[in-house]
Design a protein. Structure first.
Length: 187
C-alpha cells in the first residue's frame, strides 16, 4: 500500500472543537503519546469514540502484560497484513527500539517469513498471522501460545490485535497516510 492519493476525512479543525472534543484532545496530548494524530485525530469527530479508543489504546500500547517487543511485533504483523502504511510508519521505529531485529522487521515488511529464534517472538508472530488471516487459530497453536505466553499475556495479545484491527481499518477506510516526507515502505 502506498500513500493514499487523498485523505477521505480530515481531523476536525481544533478551532471548531466543542468542549468535549477539546477535553479529549487535551487528554490524549497529556498522555504518553504526547500528540494527537492519525486515527485518534479523526475519531475526534466522535469524541466519545475517541475517548474510549484512547483508553483502550493506552492499555494496549503501554500497560499490557506483554513486553513492548512482543506488542510491537504483533502491531507490525497487523500493519503489514492490513497494508496500513501509517501504522507501519508509527510502529517500525518502536519495534526496533523495543528490541526486534532489523532483519525480522524487514522480513515482515516484505512478506517473508522472519527468523525468530526466541520462542515468545515466534509464537506471537505465528499466532498473530493465523488470528488475522484466518480469524481463528487451531488448537495446537493456541496450546503453544498459552504454554509460552501464559493466559494473561495471551488475552492481552488478542486485545492488542483487536485494538489494532480498529486502528488499521480506520487508517485504510479514511485513507490516513504518514506525513508526506515519509517514504512508503509496504509493498
Amino acid at each position: 500500500m502506498t500513500h493514499w492519493p487523498e485523505q477521505r476525512l480530515a481531523p476536525p479543525d481544533p478551532a471548531t472543537y466543542d468542549a468535549r472534543q477539546q477535553e479529549i484532545h487535551d487528554a490524549i496530548l497529556a498522555g504518553p503519546r504526547g500528540r494527537v494524530r492519525g486515527p485518534l485525530a479523526v475519531w475526534l469527530h466522535r469524541p466519545e469514540l475517541a475517548a474510549r479508543a484512547q483508553d483502550l489504546g493506552r492499555y494496549c500500547r503501554y500497560d499490557t502484560s506483554l513486553d513492548p517487543r512482543l506488542s510491537e511485533l504483533a502491531i507490525l504483523v497487523m500493519a503489514r497484513l492490513y497494508g496500513a502504511e501509517f501504522e507501519w510508519f508509527a510502529h517500525k521505529p518502536q519495534g526496533l527500539k523495543a528490541g526486534l531485529s532489523p532483519a525480522a522487521v524487514e522480513a515482515i515488511r516484505t512478506g517473508a517469513e522472519p527468523d525468530l529464534p526466541d520462542p515468545e517472538e515466534s509464537v506471537v508472530y505465528r499466532f498473530s498471522r493465523r488470528a488475522l488471516e484466518d480469524r481463528a487459530v487451531d488448537d495446537a497453536l493456541y496450546a503453544e501460545a498459552e504454554a509460552v505466553l501464559g493466559t494473561q499475556r495471551l488475552v492481552d495479545l488478542v486485545g492488542v490485535l483487536g485494538y489494532y484491527t480498529l486502528i488499521s481499518l480506520t487508517l485504510n477506510v479514511f485513507r490516513i497516510s504518514p506525513p508526506p516526507e515519509a517514504a512508503p515502505e509496504l509493498p
